[in-house]
Design a protein around this ligand. Structure first.
Ligand code: 4NP
Length: 170
């Protein structure tokens, strides 16, 4: 997808990003945690705000899934999310809304009702090795599925931040 570049005259110099999956307990909290970690490593905290949400209401208020937490921790990342449901106001607030799979993408687009086209995309639009373009749902599977999600999301987040970093002035 094309990154919506900030207005070069006002130079807001700040990106707000929301990652979206179904439950907001596995994939999008992993993306939020990894992306925030990369922001901190690159000392870009003043230029980015990151959050995550789910299209469903199934797990509202829950911390990240224990297998997602364990997997992230193994890689030195702590997941701090509390699950919430994505809603229409998020489409106004965030500059980029990245869905984990095609079903989440469809739901976000339906909510946008033809608006905000440019800011809506998929996490794997930024994966150098994008496979089928979806981050697979690991919820009912074993730990290897969670590790696979971590690897996909890590690659994608690195490429995404490489790209966005070129649009902010330090
Ligand atoms: P997530 O994973 O969308 O990556 O958070 C799931 C979490 C819960 C369910 C499905 C997927 N569920 O059906 O409850």
């Amino acid at each position: 997808m094309d990154i919506p570049v900030k207005n070069p005259i006002t130079r807001e110099n700040h990106y707000k990003i929301c990652f979206v999956c179904l439950g907001n307990i596995c994939r999008s909290p992993t993306a939020e945690g990894i992306f925030q970690h990369l922001i901190n490593e690159r000392k870009l905290e003043n230029h980015f705000e990151v959050d995550s949400a789910g299209t469903s209401a199934y797990h509202i208020g829950e911390s990240a899934n224990s297998k997602s937490q364990r997997t992230a921790q193994k890689h030195g990342i702590t997941l701090h999310s509390k699950a919430r449901q994505f809603d229409a106001s998020d489409l106004d607030y965030y500059d980029l809304v990245l869905a984990m799979d095609n079903e989440n993408l469809k739901n976000v687009r339906q909510m946008a009702n033809g608006n905000h086209e440019k800011k809506i995309g998929r996490m794997r639009d930024f994966d150098p090795n994008p496979g089928n373009g979806e981050v697979p749902d690991p919820y009912h599977g074993g730990p290897e599925g969670f590790e696979n999600v971590f690897q996909i999301v890590q690659r994608s987040c690195e490429t995404l931040l490489d790209e966005l970093e070129t649009h902010v002035q330090r």
